[in-house]
Unconditional design. Structure first.
Length: 381
């Protein structure tokens, strides 16, 4: 078993870490404070091949492997959780899905633009009553004159503010749940989309989240993948998405350790740096260990995905472990900084809010445990 990055993966990782430090990190606080979508940072990221990381070069992507993609998201998240998740949505949930299931016209129209960073993608699966129970789609798509009329409301659509295209899931056979959902590629300038900006997100602010009301008519060409087979496609996309969210969580957790370490070395109590106290050292040791363990699961899941294997189980384990390890690391960092962290505007305060979302979006921790339990218990009974 070889547990080392290839020289190519190492040098890509280093170049993205440098980009994250120099271009992304200086913007992170302002993105959080303003809640404004960081379109300029995404444009700069496009110049580094970060908007179509795993998309083949034939479609203008960077053609990199999945491990490299996870490493890139981790490095970006260490600087800004918002930029990392915006990248993961357009990469995993839109571009990769089109590369996987799109027909040539979809790829010509959208994949090239997404991969070059000329277009941002959004993914609209969740509804008020279809979050964990995502098959409970109330958005409907009804046949009408060589196309479909799609009506319904989607909630919490990340990137919606800046997106040129959105993958919309709708019931084509209502009542059949996962067997009757179809995916549609809908340009965001299609008449009949009403955008409702959400400015109420606790963390990952600046993600351009919106609720979207649809009453649109689209042609048959808008159907992505087979009719009524949209739900398995959504789950396929979420496999990659969850690996990216695991990587995002790792980056946030590492940033929390960075902050805690720097503070512990300089803050003195009783005449010595708090880093000299075992109580503080053990918190840092636990965070480092838990994040390292979660990184192994994340890279294992990314490697499986890169080999085109089914990686749903591995992705669920990676997301669960990384999001919970990162949550704990942010919590410990808050404890180490104490009042210096527990104030609006501190970096640790932002990380504390940002990390919480990694246990919620792209499937809650409970949803990941359901996937893991189904496999673990599969052999019983
Ligand atoms: C910042 C942010 C960005 C998002 N971006 C997107 C996006 O781009 N596209 C998109 O489609 N969605 C997006 N979402 C929505 C997200 O995917 C959902 O919030 C998530 O899937 C959970 O759904 P819910 O909020 O409706 O919670 P619910 O499904 O109502 O769950 C409530 C609680 O019950 C638990 N629960 C539910 N069912 C079970 C069960 N059977 N067993 C045990 N526990 C259970 C859940 O784990 C949770 O703890 C985003 C959400 C956030 C917060």
């Amino acid at each position: 078993m070889i547990l080392e990055l290839t020289p190519e993966q190492e040098s890509f990782k280093r170049s993205i870490e440098e980009f994250a430090r120099e271009v992304v990190a200086p913007r992170a606080a302002a993105i959080d404070e303003s809640g404004a979508f960081p379109a300029d940072v995404l444009r700069a990221a496009a110049g580094r091949g970060l908007l179509g990381v795993t998309i083949p070069t034939a479609w203008d992507g960077a053609g990199r492997d999945y491990v490299s993609y996870a490493l890139a998201i981790e490095a970006i998240a260490r600087a800004s959780a918002t930029v990392a998740v915006a990248l993961s949505v357009t990469n995993s949930l839109v571009a990769e899905l089109i590369a996987h299931a799109g027909r040539a016209p979809h790829k010509e129209r959208w994949l090239r633009r997404l991969a070059r960073g000329e277009a941002i993608g959004a993914f609209a699966l969740s509804e008020a009553d279809a979050g964990t129970d995502a098959a409970n789609q109330q958005t409907k798509a009804v046949r009408s004159h060589g196309g479909y009329r799609v009506t319904g409301r989607k909630v919490w659509v990340a990137n919606a503010e800046a997106a040129a295209v959105v993958v919309v899931f709708a019931a084509t056979r209502p009542g059949l749940r996962a067997q009757g959902v179809t995916a549609f590629l809908v340009p965001m300038d299609t008449p009949g989309i009403t955008r409702r900006a959400r400015n109420d997100s606790l963390g990952v602010r600046g993600l351009g989240c919106m609720d979207l009301d649809f009453d649109v008519t689209v042609e048959d060409e808008a159907v992505l993948g087979p009719v009524d087979q949209g739900f398995p496609l959504a789950m396929w996309a979420l496999e990659g998405g969850r690996i990216a969210i695991a990587a995002q969580a790792l980056g946030i957790g590492e940033a929390a350790v960075d902050e805690a370490l720097a503070y512990a070395k300089t803050r003195e109590t009783f005449g010595q740096p708090i880093a000299t106290y075992q109580a503080i050292q053990w918190m840092l040791a636990d965070s480092a260990t838990e994040l390292a363990a979660a990184r192994m699961l994340t890279l294992k899941a990314a490697a499986a995905k890169g080999r085109q294997e089914k990686a749903g189980f591995e992705a669920a384990m990676a997301k669960l472990a990384a999001s919970e390890a990162a949550h704990k690391a942010a919590d410990k960092a808050m404890q180490i900084l104490a009042s210096a962290g527990y104030r609006r505007g501190s970096v640790v305060e932002r990380l504390f809010r940002d990390v919480r979302a990694t246990e919620i979006y792209q499937g809650t921790s409970e949803a990941q445990r359901m996937i893991i339990a189904a496999k673990v218990l599969g052999g019983i009974g």
